[in-house]
Design a protein around this ligand. Structure first.
Ligand code: FAD
Ligand code: MLT
Ligand code: ZN
Length: 495
């Protein structure tokens, strides 16, 4: 059976081709011997979901998808691939928005295998008194949140993909999400890692220590490396007190400047109780209302009247719900009297709070295809980014529309540009590079970043070369050469 074709055993699962043509180095047979034939996928049907990214913007192909079930199996798979000179593409939930988790189409002739961590989904230990949980890379984020909650704790990483993304990918992209304002990025939530190095050796750095100053902090090389330095197989993550009180507010503001002023005013009054602060433009709200209506579910507009900009804020604390509600209402009233908000709706139940968060979480789907940006600037520069960016874009692309939303408390906006209609948006997407150039020019002036939380992957690998110094590239390339001299880890991403 040539190529990716496969036989099927009596369970209907594809079995790997045994003839030499399809497995020249015998690598696939050796991989199957490690993970079991059922966990080595080669047929088009079995591998399709692994070879295309969530946005369907990138598609590649590999020799196979390998699904190891333990760190030892990962180590053997990586060692076998290294010996055969075959590249490894680590994949967890495959929700990357920059094409980081799928094989590149033209790997310079280099064969690749996708190494899926999905089967490594055990929660190894939870130490409530140490406020840590030790999980494997294939644990879905939502499952870790759930395990923490059942132990009366909070694992605060939260993003719209949390039902699919997995801890290995979260660490490897240093994921952000809606809780960064109070708890930081994934990098701030990890105490220890277990990593399979490109030569197949296992580094066990699974420590639950909050202080350990004994040489370089090696874990931080792998956090945010996007799979280019090794395969993360497990992690020790920080847990936090589970809030006993929470308030969710949908607030109308005049413009991004007022949103930033409101952020400062609420932080002054509520301190770290302000857990999330998401900016949502009217355009995004309208797209969610239209999108959900087309799917048969109505999304009520949370406030009467139309406003150009909204903020979704979450305030949490220990102690009594009534006390927090009183404190939150007082803070919002003071802001209203000071004229730094136009209107506010406070969720009166968990269901109402969830309905507001559903609006926020539906935005990425509701405006699926357009020219996307995941950018950050100092929080104080957000108003300039929006005003100057949109002015420059409208000058160059008359009629363009800004789907602007996201984590304004971290200075991070999703700055997605389309046109009023689908055909116009498709035409604009054909000029993505020119649209990017306008946004990145404003960003450079404001000392911003072209990738705040999604990473570089394939999508921004070329562009980043214009935004980092030669010295920074030299340092990154020397680290890459030191850890992955054969360049086997996730080729075509980041560097
Ligand atoms: P994958 O997509 O499988 O992989 C991501 C990268 O990590 C790839 O480069 C891959 O090679 C590497 N990798 C994966 N597993 C490992 C491993 N075990 N060891 C080493 N490298 C590995 N991101 C945010 O930061 N904030 C958001 O708010 C956010 N919202 C999103 C909303 C939606 C609807 C979607 C679809 C995505 C969103 N994302 C967001 C992007 C994405 O969910 C994150 O980047 C997430 O962390 C990826 O996790 P994953 O398990 O899907 O990783
Ligand atoms: C989010 O915050 O929802 C995502 O990071 C944005 C996106 O999907 O583009
Ligand atoms: Zn985001």
């Amino acid at each position: 059976m040539a190529g990716g074709g496969a036989n099927r055993d009596n369970t209907g699962m594809a079995t790997i081709p045994h003839d030499a043509a399809a497995d020249p180095s015998g690598l696939l047979s050796r991989l199957a011997a490690v993970v079991g034939e059922r966990n080595l996928l080669t047929s088009a049907a079995d591998t399709a979901a692994y070879y295309t990214d969530w946005r369907r913007a990138f598609s590649g192909a590999g020799l196979a998808v390998v699904r190891p079930g333990s760190t030892e199996e990962v180590a053997q798979v990586v060692a076998l691939c290294a010996a055969a000179g075959v590249a490894v593409v680590p994949q967890s939930g495959n929700t990357s928005l920059v094409g980081g988790s799928v094989p590149i189409a033209a790997a310079g002739g280099r064969a690749q295998v996708v190494l899926s961590l999905a089967r490594m989904n055990r929660i190894r230990a939870l130490d409530a008194l140490n406020d840590t949980v030790t999980v494997e890379a294939g644990c879905v984020l939502q499952a870790v949140q759930q395990a923490a909650s059942e132990a009366g704790r909070l694992f605060p990483l939260s993003l719209a993909a949390e039902g699919s993304c997995q801890i290995g990918g979260n660490l490897s992209t240093n994921a952000g999400g809606v809780g960064v304002l109070r708890y930081g990025n994934t990098r701030d939530l990890v105490l220890g890692l277990e990593v399979v190095l490109p030569d197949g050796r296992v580094w066990n750095g699974l420590k639950g220590l909050r202080k350990d100053n004994t040489g370089y902090d090696l874990k931080h090389l792998f956090v945010g490396a996007e799979g280019t330095l090794g395969v993360i197989t497990a992690a020790v993550l920080k847990l936090f007190p589970k809030p006993s009180a929470s308030c969710t507010a949908w607030i109308a503001v005049r413009d991004p400047l007022q949103a930033v002023e409101l952020l400062a005013a609420l932080r002054a009054r509520l301190g770290d109780r302000l857990t999330a602060f998401e900016l949502i433009s009217r355009v995004c709200l309208d797209s969610v209302i239209a999108f959900t209506k087309a799917k048969g579910t109505a999304t009520p507009d949370p406030l009467p009247g139309r406003h150009d900009w909204y903020v979704l804020a979450e305030i949490t604390d220990g102690g009594a719900q009534a006390a927090l509600a009183e404190r939150t209402e007082a803070a919002l009233m003071e802001c209203a009297e000071a004229g730094i908000l136009a209107d506010v709706a406070l969720a009166q139940s968990e269901a109402q709070a969830q309905a507001l968060w559903n609006i926020r979480e539906t935005i990425p789907e509701a405006q699926f295809a357009n020219v996307k940006h995941d950018v950050s600037v100092p929080v104080s520069k957000i108003p300039q980014l929006v005003d100057e960016g949109m002015a420059a874009l409208r000058a160059k692309f008359p009629g363009c529309v800004g789907y602007i939303f996201g984590h304004i408390g971290d200075g991070n906006l999703h700055y997605n540009i389309g046109m009023a209609d689908e055909a116009g948006t498709r035409a604009l997407m054909a000029q993505s590079k020119a649209v990017n150039a306008v946004v990145y020019e404003v960003l450079a002036r404001l000392n911003g970043s072209i990738s705040a939380e999604h990473g570089l992957g394939q999508l921004k690998r070329e562009e980043i070369r214009k935004h980092k110094s030669a010295l920074e590239f030299e340092l990154m390339e020397r680290i890459k050469a030191a850890l992955d001299p054969q360049g086997l880890m996730n080729p075509g991403k980041v560097l």
